[in-house]
Design a protein around this ligand. Structure first.
Ligand code: SAT
Ligand code: MN
Length: 615
């Protein structure tokens, strides 16, 4: 029997048995039950600082902040090693990796055998969503990484309050995590956490039994299992079965100068400024944006037929590079204190630094880069390529409560009633700045065909190709994507539903010679204003083949000199030829889902094509 290092804080027999069985397999030194207190958080930070795994930052410049560096191979989610292990492959669908659950469990059990030698096994009871909210769900993560424990403290709600809600026999999602077997020569002594080689990493979701097994990575969504694994992959399956929605969406609160409030959620593929939009500072007089969440929304119908959303998370796991006081002041202030930094660079003064932080270094200043090497501005590698001080996917894990823009009611267990859904991607051409769907079904078609244009440099594809990322859920849907489309259509048929209006936005339009047509950032509030008005049945619009578009004078440009009348015309023009190509491209995208593709969406696409033919 593996010993418990502290008192077992629960009488939940099934939970205790499950923990002890995994301890038998993983063979840690002992089992420690996390209580979620600050004392625990800081003790673990201190332990990791002492062992050399973490660096404490300057307590004046970054109070209560620590910096971690990962193995250079363990820097992001690993989609190629992520599995939806449903009983039938068909249920995982064409967009997910699949291995039969029995086979995958046998493989992984071998890996877990003795994998925690010399380590503590932490048990983390956590709630996704305000503790006790009827929209929230409970998970319990077992991990051998103290870095994961402190990240779970920031990103979820951890501890005894959760066990109280769970009671003696409540339902929880069991989540197993290990960074992988210790190396032959013992634990890492070079200040990075251990991990397994790529071919031994597995991020596995078992949708039927609602389990998560993760092995071999200590990074982000691979290891902080409440986030993408539970709150999206497992939750999408629960939501389908229980009639609610688990979405990869930000949630923002929009208040007009008269004090009237609307709540908006939005799904965007990565690198489209989702966190920036969630924390936007409006450039129009009297308008206010407050943050409810920046990544995930869980929504259930209220008695009034409206969809109420909670943010299942407790913090922000934000991409650091590119974040500055200029691009996202609220994010910068959120990570001023009590923040965990990963793979950022370290300054001589004990502060962090990254590309695009907009803070000048001292002349000749030497940093420690994310690999632990000395770094200087202008440094190039053997091939003459610039060396980055921070990894491009370097992160800050910041507490929601430290965000100056956090909405006072962001933790309301009842959630907030949603007025509008936004979908968007990076589309330099064709898609206008904003348009509104003609109906729910038409809006579902828009969501199902979300995409971003990729550059030839980024991926092994032709420049100008659109990478489709339906509902920004491609790596996060726990079942067949076409069945998920069908679930969206089902939501539209719920009796008495008062559904949000659906909009498509595109901040990324360029002219033919490559100039940005729209300034983005705070000026996106101008588009939010039109959306707000449309939700009230106001806002000037015209019905076009693709949906309701703002008239050329409908978007408030007060004080915005950089967008001329001609630019506005271009931003809101209907590019019929471009749209005909778009229809063909969506048709190809839909073909990948075969027979499961809902007929209603194909009919929506046909109808769009027919409308365009008449233009
Ligand atoms: O690593 S996470 O999955 O948490 C963040 C992301 O890649 O979107
Ligand atoms: Mn995300």
């Amino acid at each position: 029997m593996v010993k418990h290092l502290n008192a077992i804080p629960t009488k939940h027999a099934k939970l205790v048995k499950w923990v002890e069985e995994w301890a038998e397999l993983c063979e840690p030194n002992g089992i420690y039950w996390c209580d979620g207190t600050n004392t625990e958080y800081y003790a673990l930070c201190e332990e990791m600082v002492q062992s050399g795994l973490a660096t404490r930052l300057n307590s004046k410049l970054r109070p209560d902040c620590v910096l971690f560096r990962s193995d250079p191979s363990d820097v992001a989610r690993v989609e190629a090693r992520t599995y939806i292990a449903s009983e039938k492959q068909e249920d995982a669908g064409p967009t997910n990796n699949w291995i039969a659950p029995a086979e995958l469990k046998a493989t992984m059990r071998e890996l877990y055998k003795g994998c925690m030698h010399g380590r503590t096994m932490y048990v983390i009871p956590y709630s996704m969503g305000p503790v006790g909210s009827n929209i929230a769900k409970i998970g319990v993560e077992i991990t051998d990484s103290a870095y994961v424990v402190i990240n779970m403290h920031v990103m979820t709600r951890v501890g005894n309050k959760v066990l109280e809600v769970l009671g003696d026999d409540g339902e929880f999602v069991p989540c197993i995590h290990s960074v992988g077997k210790p190396l032959e020569n013992g634990e890492s002594d070079n200040g990075i956490w251990p991990c397994a080689p790529m071919e031994k990493k597995y991020i596995a979701q078992f949708p039927e039994t609602r389990e998560i097994w993760s092995y071999g990575s200590g990074y982000g969504g691979n290891a902080i299992l409440g986030k993408k694994c539970l709150a999206l992959r497992i939750a999408t399956v629960q939501a389908r079965d229980e009639g609610w929605m688990a979405e990869h969406m930000l949630i923002l609160k929009l208040t007009n100068p008269e004090g009237k409030v609307k709540y908006v959620t939005g799904a965007f593929p990565s690198a489209c400024g989702k966190t920036n939009l969630a924390m936007l500072i409006p450039t129009i007089e009297g308008w206010k944006v407050e943050t409810v969440g920046d990544d995930i929304a869980w929504m259930k119908f209220g008695k009034d037929g409206r969809l109420y959303a909670i943010n299942p998370e407790n913090g922000f796991f934000g991409v650091a590079p590119g974040t500055s006081m200029q691009s996202n002041k609220n994010a910068m202030l959120s990570c001023r204190q009590e923040t965990i930094f990963t793979n950022c660079a370290l300054r001589e003064n004990g502060d962090i630094w990254w590309e695009g932080i907009d803070i000048d270094l001292e002349p000749g200043e030497k940093l420690i880069d994310w690999k632990g090497n000395v770094w200087e501005a202008g440094q190039v590698d053997a091939d003459g390529k610039p060396v980055k001080a921070a990894h491009p996917n370097a992160r800050f894990s910041a507490r929601g409560r430290n965000c100056p823009a956090i909405a006072p009611n962001w933790e309301d267990p009842a959630g907030v009633p949603i007025d509008a859904f936004l979908f968007g991607g990076r589309r330099p051409s064709t898609l206008p700045l904003v348009y509104q769907s003609l109906s729910w079904e038409h809006g579902v078609m828009i969501g199902s065909s979300v995409g971003s244009e990729v550059t030839a440099a980024a991926l092994d594809v032709k420049a100008g190709t659109v990478r489709r990322d339906p509902f920004a859920m491609l790596p996060f849907c726990g079942y067949h994507m076409a069945d998920y489309f069908a679930h969206w259509l089902e939501i539209g048929k719920v009796a008495g539903a008062k559904l949000p209006k659906i909009f498509c936005v595109n901040w990324f339009r360029k002219t033919a010679d490559g100039r940005w047509l729209w300034p983005g950032f705070g000026d996106n509030s101008r588009v939010l204003k039109w959306i707000f008005e449309r939700c009230d049945g106001e806002g000037k619009a015209q019905e076009t083949a693709i949906g309701y578009m703002p008239t050329e004078d409908a978007i408030d440009r007060t004080g915005l000199d950089s967008v001329s009348d001609a630019d506005m015309k271009e931003l809101l023009a209907l590019d019929v030829e471009g749209w005909k190509k778009e229809v063909a491209s969506i048709r190809e995208h839909y073909a990948k889902f075969g027979d499961k593709m809902p007929k209603e969406l194909l009919a929506q696409l046909d109808a769009l094509e027919a409308r365009l033919a008449k233009c």
